[in-house]
Design a protein around this ligand. Structure first.
Ligand code: NAD
Length: 355
């Protein structure tokens, strides 16, 4: 098959890690008989420098015309003093909105070979963990009515958490289907003891339960979930939650894996076209040194193969190659703790050898 992929390399380490993922995809193409056509577009600081805006229309058009999008990272000190709407990070919200991506899939997996990097006690993570967080991405308090007003005690600011039935149903559908593809356990996280929006969320989660008889769904309050993630992360398989709860819990989950350079993500909408990116930023402190860990981006490409192109074997081949390379003891500097390490290109070579 032929697939057209828009590449948004971005800033800092973005170009280095996206180049690694491209090399891995090209090798997959050779091995499995696919052609991946890559078209680069500007985004973030590099777009600001070249065209004066963080998200040029040409980039939006190119992404919408592609089969899927692979993004590195944006931002850096050079652009930190620009006003909010001209910041490189603004481009991320812009491209997600333009592509109508309402689902964010954030896996948090503890690799057996990296248990030593996990900040949790050894007995807690003895069996590792592998969690998929399904976060609603375009609704809730980040997009609700907001404002400033004069009130009884003077100046007051407010933000509104609001979810419609349509928004809840479509994210729950993704979550149930994701659970069906994994261990069939879904935990829905809300604050239904306090919030009306959570009570509607919970009601709809259970209305949909009968359509997915093979999935066991339970509810958990968000405060408890924050505790359970560090008390016993292995209890979770798939989590579904709102935009803000997902924002916070997915960062907590990523921290307990101990390795920011390892975690991919996918943002999806109603079509097969998705936006795939590592969860970390542009790491300007190590940019251009060929020492960044490319694995989060390589695993983002693996998620693209699975979710956008339905190439299960090809996707799994990448995941297995990463597992093998880590199990063999190869590490980039961020995971080597001062021991000898491989460069970005060298670890990419190792992954390609193991495909
Ligand atoms: P960061 O994730 O870029 O870096 C945090 C720390 O982790 C740094 O020490 C960095 O060297 C290290 N790190 C990150 N990714 C790594 C990798 N792949 N390999 C090895 N080490 C890695 O976060 P930050 O420093 O807070 O932000 C830097 C810039 O990135 C800022 O401009 C920020 O706005 C931007 N940012 C962009 C995104 C995105 O593009 N999605 C996300 C977060 C931050």
């Amino acid at each position: 098959m032929n697939y057209n992929i828009a590449l948004l390399k971005g800033d800092g380490i973005g170009p280095e890690i996206v180049d690694s993922a491209v090399r891995v995809l090209e090798e997959i193409g050779k091995k499995y008989g696919h052609v991946f056509n890559f078209t680069p577009y500007l985004i973030g600081g590099s777009a600001l420098d070249a065209c004066g805006v963080p998200l040029p229309q040409e980039t939006v058009d190119g992404c919408l015309a592609s089969d899927s999008v692979l993004l590195g990272a944006v931002g850096g000190p050079k652009w930190d003093t620009l006003p909010g709407n001209m910041r490189p990070e603004k481009a991320l919200l812009g491209i997600r909105a333009a592509m109508e991506l309402f689902t964010n899939l954030r896996p948090a997996k503890l690799y057996p070979a990296l248990k030593g990097d996990c900040p949790l006690r050894e007995d807690i993570v003895a069996n590792g963990f592998d969690i998929m967080i399904v976060r609603e991405l375009t609704g809730g308090i980040y997009f609700g009515e907001r404002g400033m007003r004069e009130a009884k005690y003077g100046e007051e600011a407010y933000d509104t958490e609001c979810y419609s039935r349509m928004e809840i149903e479509r994210i729950c559908k993704v979550a149930y289907e994701t659970a069906q593809k994994r261990n069939k356990r879904l935990v829905s996280i809300d604050k239904a003891n306090v919030l009306d929006s959570s009570r509607l969320w919970r009601k709809i989660v259970h209305e949909m339960e009968s359509q997915y008889p093979d999935v066991t769904v339970t509810d958990m309050l968000v405060d408890n979930a924050a505790m359970q993630l560090v008390r016993n992360p292995a209890q979770f398989d798939v989590i579904v939650t709102t935009n803000m709860f997902g924002d916070i819990l997915s960062d907590e989950a990523s921290q307990i894996t101990g390795s920011i350079g390892m975690l991919p993500s996918a943002s999806l909408g109603n079509t097969k076209r998705g936006l795939y990116e590592p969860i970390h930023g542009s790491a300007p402190d190590i940019a251009g040194k060929n020492i960044a860990n490319p694995i989060a981006t390589i695993l983002s490409a693996a998620m693209m193969l699975l979710y956008s192109f339905d190439l299960k074997a090809e996707s799994q081949a990448i995941v297995n190659a990463v597992d093998k390379v880590l199990a063999a003891g190869y590490r980039t500097a961020d995971l080597a703790h001062g021991a000898p390490s491989l460069s970005t290109t060298e670890i990419t070579d190792k992954i390609i050898e193991n495909l």
